[in-house]
Design a protein around this ligand. Sequence first.
Ligand SMILES: C[S@@+](CC[C@H](N)C(=O)[O-])C[C@H]1O[C@@H](n2cnc3c(N)ncnc32)[C@H](O)[C@@H]1O
Length: 226
Amino acid sequence: MTLWIGLLLGLILLGAALYWLLIVTEGVFLGRRMVVWLYDITAHKYDGIKAFDDEAERFFVVRPLRHHLRHIPTPLILDVAAGTGRLSSYMLDEATFNGRIIGLDPARKMLNLAALKLAPYRHRAMLVQGTAVPLPFPDNSFHAVTCLESLEFFPSDQAALAEMTRVLKPGGVLMVTRRRGKDAKFFLNRSRSREQFESMLTDLGLVGVNTQPWQLDYDQVFGKKS
Ligand SMILES: C[S@@+](CC[C@H](N)C(=O)[O-])C[C@H]1O[C@@H](n2cnc3c(N)ncnc32)[C@H](O)[C@@H]1O
């Protein structure tokens, strides 16, 4: 009897550990390759799970980016962890946006879906398979660098943000997200308070760093390269 209870408890603990490792934290404690593999095998479900709301995306993603880039006629944007092309498709769909976007992501199947979505904007969208560290671009290349809902899944958010800052042009804008909400604590020492996140960006040389509440699970954080 005691043996069966022990086995049952063991199974429950194992199930909870696997749920935490694979579902809640999406493989981040098992290494970069595991994160990318999980995105590859679930890519076909991604947009359905996220169910992006067009109006909210235009208001919270397109509008602030357009505002920061309003004085640049043809901005060049880098979207790190582009996924299925969320940011690129909403930006390029905006009639008043005349810029170009490079989307970078290591998960081939996420990029394949992005390519389908971005086909109508072929001449203004480019997709690159790669990771956030190192970014395969020269210093001071982009008017804006974005990274939505992804930093907590990278091996080091700080190293990735340093790379994003490096490739930003002076005066360029960074738009990223900080994980918050009830699940943030499951990321253990990878979770950062608003103050910690803002001071990390300031230490990287960004100015005017500010946080805007966005969704239950994410803040948006903006900064400019001085
Ligand atoms: C939650 S999705 C976000 C995708 C997109 N930014 C969005 O908002 O829909 C996280 C993305 O991060 C990508 N990713 C995971 N590890 C990465 C890394 N080390 N460098 C760059 N991207 C990575 C995944 O392949 C996945 O597409």
